[in-house]
Ligand binder design. Structure first.
Ligand code: ZN
Length: 450
């Protein structure tokens, strides 16, 4: 084989690897493939409970019973976050976990300001799911907990490998993961690194749909979901929490978790996971999400399927589409009904019921101190900046003069003293502006150089 041929072959293999393993924001289909291996009747069962739930919904509607009035109960789901880390970045800050809980609550209670994104045609069917989330306060042994279970792992990644094989090792304590807390009583959310080195493969999240209804599989091989220690949600550490400083630009709104919890509570993708060819004939089983041919990555008013009379555009505002951050802002009334149906039939013991709607957990203040010193500072000496916080993160500092003109720009890492040489700077008043990686200002101080 000539060197040229070897080069071509190598190029082919590399390109093919990229072609076969794109970046994927949700691994739902892999999870379903895995379930189908042990429960071949999964789709039959899923279709049956979707029909049952929708029949119930339609019956209530035809009885003219307003669902919002007849079903006012709020559910609260205790959540445990298992943070699996091999390095400091993966050991994400408490504040990100708190604000992830907050974003889940804002989404499921229809309280997010993002509801302004919902187009008029969909506003009447945007639902308050009346499901809330709270970090667990008691662990499975009855001990107090903050609901955050941090574990060091020797594994550098939990990625699907480049050949596409799928891993649930993050849930297995013998394989570098951590075993679920009793899935009958907790929503388990594993946060770990799911990036294959060099971005050959990445999944931002996946979730286990409910399985294991009584009597649907007579093979005796049914693993009841409520006893299944793989039950829960897995998130890539870079897309967990709002304004995660490490998140890719499109994933800063913490909506991957909202989407994955939707799967966990029984929802399917709005386009029904059909292919481009079959897409308009494959539905998600929910009637108030318009048909769409494939997943949408933007919210520019596309309409990929004509549904005849009453046709509506693709509902890119929906959390179960792929447009997500920048677009997503709603679940529909029927999706809300479906999730509550799942909680009442397949995940019965999970939520606390009859709780007050005003108990939504709010984020903790960020445990961070910022010092800029000395002030005033001599023009021959150095200005020190020190950000102390539990996790080392990258910040930028911008020094401007009193008219807002940039004098100096640097980036630095927290938890070590960063010094800036001011020699030669004119004696004057300056502003020191520190921003986090998402561009949010975390400190702005006046300093005097003399
Ligand atoms: Zn998904």
């Amino acid at each position: 084989m000539t060197r040229y041929v070897i080069f071509l072959l190598f190029t082919f293999i590399v390109q093919n690897s990229f072609a076969q393993v794109p970046v994927e924001q949700c691994g739902y289909r892999y999870e379903v493939e895995r379930i189908l291996q042990r429960q071949p009747n999964f789709f039959i069962w899923q279709d049956a409970y979707y029909r049952a739930a929708m029949d119930e919904y339609n019956q209530l509607q035809s009885d003219k019973r307003d669902l919002i009035v007849t079903d006012t109960e709020y559910y609260e789901i205790p959540v445990v976050f298992h943070i699996l880390y091999n390095n400091a970045n993966e050991n994400i800050h408490d504040s990100l976990i708190y604000n992830q809980i907050k974003e889940l609550n804002l989404a499921y209670r229809k309280l997010t300001p993002d509801t302004s994104r919902i187009r008029t045609v969909f506003k009447p069917i945007a639902a308050d799911v009346r499901v809330q989330f709270k970090l667990a306060t008691v662990d499975p042994n009855g001990n107090p907990t903050n609901g955050i279970n941090r574990r060091y792992t020797t594994k550098t990644t939990f990625a699907r490998n480049i050949y596409g094989s799928y891993t649930t090792d993050m849930k297995d304590s013998t394989k570098g993961g951590v075993r679920a807390w009793d899935p009958v009583r907790y929503l388990n959310i594993w946060v770990c690194d799911m990036e294959y080195p060099n971005y050959l493969a990445i999944v931002y999240g996946f979730a286990t749909p409910p399985t294991g209804a009584p009597n649907w599989d007579n093979t005796g091989n049914v693993t009841k979901d409520t006893n299944d220690f793989e039950s829960g949600v897995v998130l890539h550490y870079k897309v967990t929490g709002k304004k995660n400083p490490l998140s890719p630009l499109k994933y800063t709104e913490a909506k991957t978790a909202v989407h994955e919890v939707g799967h966990y509570l029984g929802l399917r993708h709005t386009w029904g996971d059909g292919t481009s060819a079959t897409g308009c004939s494959v539905d998600d089983g929910i009637f108030d999400t318009p048909n769409s041919r494939y997943s949408n990555s933007t919210c520019t008013g596309q309409n990929t399927c004509n549904d005849g009379a009453g046709d509506k555009p693709d509902q890119t505002e929906n959390y179960m589409d792929y447009a997500l951050d920048g677009c997503a802002a709603m679940f529909t009334l029927q999706q809300a009904y479906m999730m509550r149906y799942v909680l009442n039939n397949f995940r019965k013991t999970l939520p606390y019921r009859n709780i007050s709607s005003d108990t939504i957990q709010t984020p903790l203040p960020v445990d961070r101190s910022v010092k800029v010193y000395p002030n005033p500072v001599d023009d021959a000496s150095k200005l020190n900046i020190h950000i102390q916080e539990p996790q080392s993160l990258v910040y930028s500092v911008n020094i401007t003069d009193a008219c807002g003109r940039q004098v100096l720009y640097r980036s630095f890492t927290s938890n070590q003293v960063f010094d800036i040489d001011l020699s030669g700077m004119a004696s004057a008043l300056y502003f020191v502006i520190i921003k986090d990686a998402s561009g949010q200002i975390i400190s702005k101080e006046k300093i005097v150089v003399r």
